[in-house]
Design a protein around this ligand. Structure first.
Ligand SMILES: Nc1ncnc2c1ncn2[C@@H]1O[C@H](COP(=O)(O)OP(=O)(O)O)[C@@H](O)[C@H]1O
Ligand SMILES: [Mg+2]
Length: 161
């Protein structure tokens, strides 16, 4: 488990870029936290780092936005407004072609999403945010080890100073 304090939105961007730089070839990432915790900020920085140009819209109403990225497709989901996990089937998501899943409100798609490699939990902490990164499996654990070695995160303290 990694925990860091992100003092401002730029710090969330730095984390998004570091996650993009260290990601495995395919990854399923759950982004959890209350409204305003910074999930979309993180997803946007991550997608930009993968070369996505043009608008990155919040998938609040469409449930999913797709982007071509190196190796395949990135899927950015926001399941806040989903009626039930069964609705995911109707989106026709191409699991085989997706190299990256960034899923906001994953608990609302429980049972219908692929198993996560990385769990990102964001929470408001004063003016900033705390982030907790957990890896349920070996692939994710190796990813977290690369992330810790990645210089960009080293400036952020482990908790709200
Ligand atoms: N580490 C941070 N510290 C302070 N504000 C942040 C941080 N990360 C993101 N924000 C801000 O929080 C607000 C909500 O972010 P957003 O990514 O839309 O949240 P969510 O998708 O979780 O609802 C935005 O104004 C964003 O700039
Ligand atoms: Mg959001």
């Amino acid at each position: 488990m990694i925990e860091r304090f992100l003092p401002d939105a730029d710090a969330t961007d730095v984390l998004g870029r570091a996650l993009a730089a260290t990601r495995p070839a395919t990854a399923v990432v759950h982004l959890s936290g209350d409204l305003g915790a910074g999930k979309s900020t993180l997803a946007r920085a991550w997608l930009r780092a993968l070369g996505v140009e043009g608008p990155i819209r919040s998938p609040t109403y469409t449930l999913v936005e797709r982007y071509p990225v190196p190796g395949g497709e990135a899927l950015h989901l926001d399941l806040y407004r989903i009626g039930g996990a069964g609705e995911l089937e109707f989106l026709g998501l191409d699991e085989a072609g997706a190299v990256l899943w960034l899923v906001e409100w994953p608990e609302r798609g429980a049972g219908a999403l692929p198993a996560p490699d990385l769990l990102v939990e964001l929470a408001v902490a004063g003016e900033g945010r705390t982030v907790r990164l957990r890896a349920p499996g070996a692939e994710g654990a190796a990813w977290l080890a690369r992330l810790v070695d990645h210089g960009d995160l080293q400036g952020f303290p482990e908790s709200n100073p």
